[in-house]
Design a binder for this molecule. Structure first.
Ligand code: GAL
Length: 869
């Protein structure tokens, strides 16, 4: 097992090739294999022989993972002594028997592994072939001479820990396995092995240039002729048939040219703007083993939310994913399988990135990625890796990549001086720093990660977008990240620590724009609105696409006071604007832009006159008294409160201040005046309550709140809380919706009349936390199915939350299954809430969204509906 003791370079593998769909026969070996789990790496290798009896082994689908998932973000879960790994090393022995399909050609064949985590020792028919390294890169072995017509036995021993572990410290589950396909591919002599296809576009002449090395072009566009260029917005592909010797393949070619001109990243001569996400491969049941349907569905969901770019954080994705990106139209930053973050705690000492002994291993990964993926038009930039420190081997990687492909710029966030790379990249830079960079950078600048989507948030996205639109060289960014990596279970989705890991980073693995089951979170709705490529205001419409015209789009308009219809959409070219002639009407006017398929891409809204929905309700009868209200300042901390800012973190500051345990002292009774303060504190809030029954049977309440003493922390919220019977489970409101919104994440909230059940108002963040507020609410009602209940009207807009458990229960829960409906509905009507920010990794709420204790007035009217409460 010397391969576990030296730097991770594949043993016995073939030179890397692109993954082309050719007419050479292929046998997909995916399916039910035999499997046994061993605790150490050095079990007997007897299982490799054809005659070995595996009938007692379990049956396991391949691709899949094995063993127990374990989560750490940056720390290595093994002692750090590269390249060595501990004896305790979960090892999966896999076996499968296969026959060759009839007519399988004699001659060479490649056994191709698309992904084995972290390394696999391979035997065919008892003959040892070698060892795979590079979990997210293909490894091929020559096996033609070993094949039999029937009864071939493939045996693979996969180790969880290997020298490769040191290069694969990405923030995700440690979860070994043969997690991508294994295939046998016939390799006809003289076939398509070292093919290279390049398709450029000259935007000045409109000519495409196709260069094919290592093969002849059988059919396809002429080598130099006018073409329709490929862009992420206009993903036009040409089928090109290429041949070498007896092998023919059809490749889908997109003509485009990437350049950097005057510090601006351009495609086909135009600046592009990334509206991106970081995508890990993840499924809540199958882990990193993904079906094609899931890959495609992800891209379709992204596109439906105006996302136009993917950074393949932090490794090359499944090769089919890139086919779908070519076809559906995405800008892709293809990132190499390299992260050594666990060296950071030692000041990066011993980091393979700067150790000459590891140079070959790093270069090898760089080369294999480029050779696998360089024919994809969607890939417009290579990334050397992520959080791997700095060092000489990055230079070697960059040189290796440039030697194989000089048509794409290089990216690596850790290369702050752009010694080896072409674009200036940062992660989580706060807004003011982005503005500074925008003013001074001489290169294209991207936020390869921003807007940390952990739990409720991120806030502050629209402020970033304004910067990207202001500074030409600030070319957008990639939200961290696409999906929560929660693992499905009856307890809700599981995260770090739920598998008994000794070392773990808890729910930090759940920080996506979609939940583990791929339901969009409110953060994704917000992102969609913030990055919308068409801007609609009362003044007009603007095309903010980079390449696409608005031909074929339509506009839909409507007033909440009634009236609506369709308008012709001016066929604007990118950057053009036109006025909008919306017919007059009353109330709130909403204009939406629909793409040719009828999907809403963007919308604008404004108020022309008071809305009829804003009129006070006529009570259905007198209300004896209003609900028992209590002034409330606490929220179940969101992840951004929990982790935000410098220590002590915001949630800790709040708990230390005692905001979750405020005590009340009555000062006077008429009007009721109270002082609310935590034990051991000399600060608090004074509140005066004035109840006033109204002639129409409704009841008015005015609450004045003022800070008392010296406050040194912001407030989570200021509002009133009260309980209603559980039967009033239907919510309706006029205000922002339909989804949740907070002061710094509210662009997606559309003013209107919204109705849903209290249960539907909950956002099931994997780690329970404050959620579900609706913003800008003018009135809200809670009723039973017969329409009996209560309506709450505000003098001024409020935030409205209703849930079947208390804030304290929400605060105490660790998994969603712990949230059990009580016999009450708890309602919060807030004058204000602290912003969300992105503090779980990145900037806390911007100053404008910090809720400083201040004088506030909440004035409400309670109205009986039907039989009342
Ligand atoms: C970044 C890192 C990501 C992820 C993120 C936090 O530093 O590149 O992989 O760990 O922070 O969620």
């Amino acid at each position: 097992m010397s391969y576990l003791k030296r730097v991770p370079v594949p043993v016995g593998t073939l030179s890397p090739r692109p993954c082309l769909a050719s007419d050479a026969p292929v046998l997909d070996l995916s399916g039910q294999w035999r499997f046994r789990l061993l605790p150490t790496a050095d079990g007997p290798a007897d299982f490799a022989s054809a005659g070995f009896d595996d009938s007692g082994w379990e049956i396991k689908p391949v691709p899949s993972h094995f063993g127990t998932p374990a989560y750490t973000n940056a720390n290595y879960p093994i002692p750090v002594e590269p390249p060595l790994v501990p004896d305790e090393n979960p090892t999966g022995d896999h076996r499968v028997t296969f026959d060759l399909p009839p007519g399988w050609p004699a001659g060479d064949a490649a056994l191709r592994f698309e992904g084995v985590d972290s390394c696999g020792r391979v035997w065919l028919n008892g003959v040892e072939l070698g060892v795979t390294f590079g979990s997210r890169l293909p490894n091929e072995f020559a096996v033609g001479h070993l094949l039999r017509e029937t009864g071939n036995v493939l045996a693979v021993r996969v180790h969880q820990w290997s020298p490769g572990t040191y290069l694969e410290d990405q923030d995700m589950w440690w979860w070994p396995g043969i997690f991508r396909e294994v295939r046998l591919i016939a390799r006809p002599a003289g076939g398509l092995d070292q093919v290279r296809v390049q398709a450029g576009f000259d935007h000045e002449t409109g000519l495409g240039t196709l260069t094919v090395d290592g093969a002849e072009v059988v059919s396809g566009p002429d080598l130099s002729r006018p073409v329709r260029p490929w862009t992420a917005e206009t993903p036009y592909l040409y089928d090109v048939v290429i041949r070498s010797g007896p092998e023919t393949a059809t490749i889908r070619v997109g003509f485009r040219t990437v350049s950097i001109e005057d510090g601006v990243l351009k495609v086909n001569g135009r600046r592009i703007l990334f509206r991106g996400v970081n995508r890990h491969e993840f499924h809540p049941v199958t882990g990193r083993a993904l079906s094609e349907e899931v890959m495609r569905a992800d891209l379709e969901l992204m596109r439906a939310h105006n996302v136009n770019a993917v950074r393949t954080s932090h490794y090359p994705p499944h090769p089919r994913f890139l086919d779908f990106c070519d076809e559906l139209g995405f800008w892709v930053i293809d990132e190499c399988d390299l992260e050594t973050h666990g060296f950071e705690p030692f000041g990066w000492q011993g980091n393979p990135t700067d150790d000459p002994a590891w140079r070959e291993a790093l270069e090898d990964r760089a080369r294999r990625m480029v050779l696998r993926d360089r024919h994809h038009p969607s890939v417009i930039m290579w990334s050397l890796g992520n959080e791997a420190g700095v060092g000489r081997n990055l230079g070697a990687m960059a040189a290796a990549m440039r030697a194989l492909d000089s048509t794409r710029p290089l990216h690596y966030e850790g290369d702050r001086t752009c010694e080896h790379t072409d674009v200036n990249s940062r992660m989580y830079a706060p807004h003011d720093e982005v503005a500074q960079i925008g003013q001074s950078t001489t290169r294209p600048f991207i936020l390869c990660e921003y807007g940390h989507a952990m739990g409720n948030g991120p806030g502050g996205l629209s402020e970033y977008q304004r910067l990207f639109e202001t500074f030409e060289r600030c070319q957008g960014g990639f939200i961290w990240e696409w999906i929560d990596h929660g693992i499905a279970s009856e307890r809700g989705f599981l995260y770090g620590g739920d598998f008994g890991e000794e070392l773990h980073d808890g729910s930090f693995i759940c920080d996506g724009l979609v939940f583990p089951d791929r339901t969009p979170s409110p953060g994704l709705a917000e992102y969609k609105k913030v990055i919308e490529p068409i801007r609609i205001t009362r003044d007009g419409i603007e095309n903010r696409y980079d390449f696409r015209s608005l031909e074929g789009f339509s506009l839909r308009w409507g007033y909440d006071g009634g009236g609506g219809g369709e308008l012709p959409c001016p066929p604007l070219r990118p950057g053009e604007q036109a006025p909008l002639e919306v017919p007059p009407g009353s109330g709130w006017c909403t204009v939406s832009a629909l793409d040719p398929a009828g999907h809403e891409i963007a919308w604008g809204q404004w108020q022309d006159s008071p809305s009829r929905h804003e009129l006070p309700a006529i009570p259905d009868g007198p209300l004896e008294r209003g609900p028992e209200v209590r002034l409330d300042v606490w929220r179940a901390p969101i992840d951004n409160d929990q982790f935000g800012g410098r220590p002590p973190k915001l949630a800790q500051l709040w708990r230390d201040a005692g905001l979750h345990r405020m005590k009340q002292r009555t000062i006077s009774l008429d009007p009721l005046r109270v002082r609310l303060a935590p034990a051991a504190a000399n600060f608090g809030l004074l509140a005066t309550y004035r109840w006033e029954p109204q002639a129409d049977g409704s009841v008015r309440l005015e609450v004045e709140v003022e800070p008392d003493g010296q406050w040194h922390v912001p407030l989570p919220r200021v509002g009133l809380r009260f309980a209603l019977p559980a039967s009033l489970g239907i919510a309706q409101w006029f205000g922002g919706g339909p989804g949740e919104a907070y002061p710094d994440s509210r662009q997606a909230a559309k003013m209107g009349l919204h109705r849903m059940s209290v249960d539907q108002m909950q956002t099931p963040y994997v780690f329970p936390q404050e959620n579900g507020a609706r913003i800008d609410v003018r009135w809200a009602s809670l009723t039973d199915s017969g329409g009996n209940g209560l309506r709450i009207e505000g003098d001024t807009p409020f935030l409205f939350t209703a849930r079947r458990w208390t804030t304290e229960q929400l605060d105490a829960a660790r998994h969603t299954s712990e949230l059990v409906p009580s016999d009450r509905i708890w309602v919060n009507v807030d004058a204000a809430q602290h912003g969300l920010g992105s503090g779980s990794c990145g900037p806390v709420a911007l100053p404008a969204y910090v809720l400083h204790p201040k004088r506030l007035r909440i004035a409400l009217r309670f109205v009986r509906l039907g039989n009342g409460v």
